[in-house]
Structure formats: C-alpha cells, structure tokens
Design a protein around this ligand. Structure first.
Ligand code: ARG
Length: 576
C-alpha cells in the first residue's frame, strides 16, 4: 500500500466534502516526527482559493475525514496543517503483509501502461562517451523500476547509424583493407583518420560522397560495408553494456536507419497538414511557441535543400511509430539536457501534425553533464574523451583497493567478485543518486567512500544485515521469515517499520517523475533507520518472540535494500 497516496486521496476527498473540490491535499512526510508521520499542506491554498478561513476549513475537513482504520491521531496545527499519526497496530499489520509480499508492498497498477524508453542511443560512427554512459545508467534504472511497478516496457536503443558521415567511414573501411573488424579496434581513432582524409584529400571526399549516394540508393555492396561497420561499433557498445550489466540487447536496437523509408511520408504529411514552410530552400515547420531572443520564430528543419533529412525528421517518424505501432501510452527520451529544445519542438510538431494523440505522454528525461574534479566537462588528462571501458576498469581496480584494505582475509576470487560489484555499483550509484537534471562531478573518492549516500555504503549495509543471519543460523535461531509476527513497540522499531512501508512511495515517485535519486535517497534513509534500530534494539539477545520480530524486520530491510539496488541495476554481495 502506498501510505502517502492513501492518506492524500482521503484528505483530498474530505476537502471536496468540505466544499472545496479539485484542491489537492498535498500530503507528504511530516517535517518533524514529533507532530506525526504525515502532514497535509494543501488546506491553506484551498482556503485561499475558496476565500475561507484556513483553520475553519481544516476543521470541516476533519469532520469529513475518516482515517480511524489507520491513524491514531489526526490534528490541526499552525495555520491549517493536518497532521496524521499512524496507529501502531496498523503499521504492524502492514509490515507483516509486506513481509509476505514478493512485491514488497508495491501494488500493481489498475491499468498497466505501455512505456517506450529510448535510452543509451549512441552514435555508431564514434565511440560511446560519458553522455551515453549516463543515458544508459539512468534509462536502465527507469526500465527496471517501471517493469517492477507492473508496466509494460519497451526499451529502444535509437542508435545513430545513418547519415553522411557513414560515407567517409565506409571509404576508410575499404581503403584499410575492407571488412576486417580489427581495423576498427579503436573507433575514435578510425573516425579521426577518416575525417582527416575527408578534409585533406578531395579524391577521398568524392569517394565518401559517392558511398553516401549508393548507401541511400540501397546498393547491396555498400550496404554490406555499412552493416559491417555498424556491427563492429555495436559490439563496442555491447562490451560496455555487458560490463555495466544493463538490460539492452540487439533486440532493443532500432536505430535511425530503421526510420529511413518513412521520412518522405513524414514530410509529405506535414505538408498536407499545412505545417511546412520553405525557408532558404529547406523545408521547415515554424511554431509560434518557439522564438529566438529577437522574437523570431525558430524553425524545425525537416528536409535540407539537397533533399537530405535530419535528426528531427527521424524523431518525428520514430514518435509516429512508437505511438502508432508500439501503441505506447508514454514515451521517455533519456538524453542530456542540451537536447531539451529539440524535444520540445519535435513533440509539439508531432502533436500538431496528429502523429501522436493527446492520450500519449511524450517526456524528455534530461540529465546534466558529467564534470571532472576541475568542474569542467569530464575528459582525460590530455583533454581527450574518456574511454568507457577504461573508466569501468579503473572503477574495479579502485574498488579492489578499498576491499583489500577493509577485509584483507577474503580469498582472492571472492575479493575480485566483490570489487567488480562495488566498482560498477559505485559508478552507477553516483550517477543515480544525484538529481539527474543537475551536472555532477565525477569523483572516485566520493563514489567509493564507505560513508554517505554511496554504493559501497548501501552494499555494506546490506552485507551487514546478512551477517546477522549468518550468526543467527549459527546459534540455531533462524526460522521462517515469510509470516512473521511483528512488534513495533520501541521507537526505533516503529521508525524502521514505517520506513520499510515507504518503499512503495519511493517507487511511485520514480515511476511518475523519472527521478531515480528518490529511490537512492529512500534506500539511504532506510539503511540509517536500520542502523539506529540495530544500535538500540538487541536482535539475537532478545527473548524468542521479540527476536523473531526483530529478525523479520532485519530480513525485510535486507530484502528491500537488495530489491532497491537491483532496480537501480546494482548488485549486492553477501559479505564485504
Ligand atoms: N544519438 C543521439 C546522441 O548521441 C541520441 C538519440 C536520442 N534519441 C532520440 N530519439 N533522439 O546524441
């Protein structure tokens, strides 16, 4: 059960009962636990809108509100806050239910949505860079959370596998001996050399252009070369995916080229809809809502003077496909925030043209840049792009040092495995724990710290709870955890129980706002509530009934942390 939402729904209904309909109750966790568990802040705004006295309105709300099944106290405070304190019995029963629930209290939605998540989406002409790393990590977490919450998710890797630069790459491929994958071992270098020749050698440039024409014309030999190049490039990406442990596979690849044949129809239909304007030879859509600093409307160019199509044209075709063929209710685009205007524009054009109906939600899920310690875009020491494989390699190496210092007795193989899980987890968690909209500073020290909201801290918290069970097993006290009888008499037990129940709320906010940092913050709070509990409530030394309850709370904490991390794409280990 989503506690916050349940209370919010009831107070919102009571507001309507008190004569102010349409005003939200705005229920959130209480600012200060002294005053209760949840607090409604919406009465003041509702009173203002209805020109009523807020405290009086709050009184009327209370008269219309029945929370007796779950609350022991409902009070008006200050100018018109409503504070709710939950009943111990109710919390106890809910925690018991959560203990027996695979879904850990996350209810399936009444109607599952079909959600397309467009993420990772690197350009195959070049090596994947840190922007794609962020997209991959964030997108993958969203896919996992949405699926767990009961939605149908279609992951789409919208790779950049089309465009004029492929002519140059094919020319280079042919000149370096054809189709041997080994030639493209270093994609970045391969691209650089092709570009250098393209700029310096007119004959090479002519060949490159000729390949573009042939590729667009469907010449089988050129197409085969193009496919070879893309296959090799995609394998590069897949090595990164595998190392990261992401869900993406070949089946999720639907690149720009897949929409190629649909582009003429996109332009023709925009024309039919009366949306096209020719500007300096190019076909453009001008929308009133997008203007530059001088107040002139900004164009969305869909076809260049030479007949070529653009990134936006492909996205329009893609939206039509996702809404029409994939029957999406929601489409998420996980890219860096610099593409914000692009998405606003193509979303607006797609709606105007009727490519995407009003029932489909189009959402750009932007993220900020990854910065180095110097607060400048993340680069190697000599200013080059950081190879993602090297980055992940280094993460593991640094994690190995951490683990060796922390637990030198572990056998080598186990330590290597822990280092992998901690190193990769650290890179992912550092990215996910930040509000994605802001830039974030990449810092090995911070992400591998055992203190604070980090992967090692969370993974260690999990391993620590599990160690209680290894001990419990030793002394023969471990029993069935699925139908525990819970007691929440101590304040720290009650606080932990309530925190556990809030897992469903954390999941819900990730689903609705696409902000995985809410889940990270929740897990961190949970781990801290557990620490307080463990410091004040003896587990193994308690009398048998209480011991079972406390073991069950510990078990549920471990399961919730493990599940939460799993939903972020992060593994756990039993021992660290
Ligand atoms: N390939 C693009 C890039 O590297 C990202 C594509 C995002 N998806 C989309 N449908 N436009 O910037």
């Amino acid at each position: 059960m989503n506690l916050r939402k349940t209370i919010d729904d009831r107070i919102t209904a009571a507001l309507a009962g008190a004569g102010v309909s349409g005003a939200p109750a705005l229920v959130g966790p209480a600012g200060n636990p002294k005053f209760g568990d949840y607090q409604a802040n919406g009465v003041m705004a509702a009173a203002k809108a209805a020109k009523a006295n807020p405290r009086e309105l709050a009184g009327k709300v209370l008269a219309n509100l029945d929370l007796s099944d779950l609350a022991e106290k409902v009070e008006i405070a200050g100018p018109g806050f409503i504070n709710v304190t939950l009943k111990g019995e109710f919390l106890t029963r809910e925690v018991e239910k959560m203990g027996g629930d695979e879904g850990l209290g996350v209810a399936k939605p009444q109607a599952a949505a079909r959600v397309v998540v467009d993420y990772s989406s690197p350009n195959l002409a070049k090596e994947m860079h840190v922007g794609h790393l962020r997209s991959t990590i964030i997108g993958d977490a969203l896919v996992r959370v949405l699926r767990f919450a009961g939605h149908t998710v279609i992951a789409q890797n919208h790779v950049g596998d089309w465009g004029t630069q492929f002519g140059m790459l094919i020319a280079q491929l042919v000149e370096t001996g054809g189709d041997k994958a080994a030639n493209i071992d270093d994609l970045e270098e391969f691209y650089r050399q092709a570009k250098k020749r393209f700029d310096a050698e007119p004959a090479f440039a002519d060949k490159a252009r000729d390949y573009v024409v042939k590729l667009q014309g469907g010449d089988p030999a050129v197409k085969a070369l193009w496919q070879t190049f893309n296959a090799v490039s995609l394998e590069h990406c897949e090595r990164v995916y595998q190392r990261l442990g992401t869900l993406l596979s070949r089946e999720n690849v639907r690149g720009e080229s897949a929409y190629n044949d649909l582009l003429p129809a996109v332009v023709a239909d925009l024309k039919k809809a009366g949306l096209l304007t020719e500007s300096q030879g190019a076909q453009c859509v001008f929308l009133e809502e997008f203007k530059n600093a001088e107040g002139e409307p900004l164009p969305v160019i869909v076809q260049k003077t030479d007949g070529g199509y653009l990134y936006a044209t492909t996205d329009l075709a893609g939206m039509r496909y996702r809404a029409g063929e994939l029957k999406a209710d929601r489409v998420l685009y996980v890219t860096d925030s610099r593409q914000g205007l692009h998405f606003q524009q193509v979303f607006a054009v797609a709606r105007k043209a009727g490519f995407v109906g009003a029932g489909v939600s189009l959402e750009h899920v932007p993220f900020g840049m990854m910065m180095g310690a110097d607060n400048r875009p993340f680069k190697t020491r000599d200013g080059g792009t950081v190879k993602l494989m090297d980055l992940l390699e280094e993460a593991q190496k640094r994690a190995a040092e951490l683990i060796a210092a922390k637990n030198p007795e572990l056998p080598d193989a186990q330590r290597a495995e822990i280092s992998r899980v901690v190193g990769i987890g650290a890179v992912k968690y550092a990215d996910l724990a930040q509000n994605r909209a802001s830039d974030y500073v990449f810092s090995w020290e911070k992400m591998l710290s055992l203190e604070g909201n980090t992967a090692p801290y969370m993974q260690y918290a999990y391993a620590r709870v599990r160690s209680i069970f290894r001990k419990a097993e030793d002394i023969g006290t471990l029993t069935d955890m699925t139908h525990p009888s819970i007691r929440l008499d101590e304040p720290a037990e009650r606080a932990l129980g309530l925190r556990l129940l809030q897992f469903a709320e954390a999941i819900e906010t990730v689903v609705s706002e696409c902000l995985p940092n809410n889940l990270c913050a929740y897990l961190y709070d949970l781990a801290r509530s557990f620490t307080t509990f463990y410091e004040t409530c003896p587990v193994l030394k308690a009398e048998p009934g209480l011991r079972q309850s406390r073991l069950a709370l510990s078990d549920l904490t471990a399961r919730t942390i493990r599940k939460g991390l799993e939903l972020l794409g992060i593994e756990t280990v039993e021992q660290m």
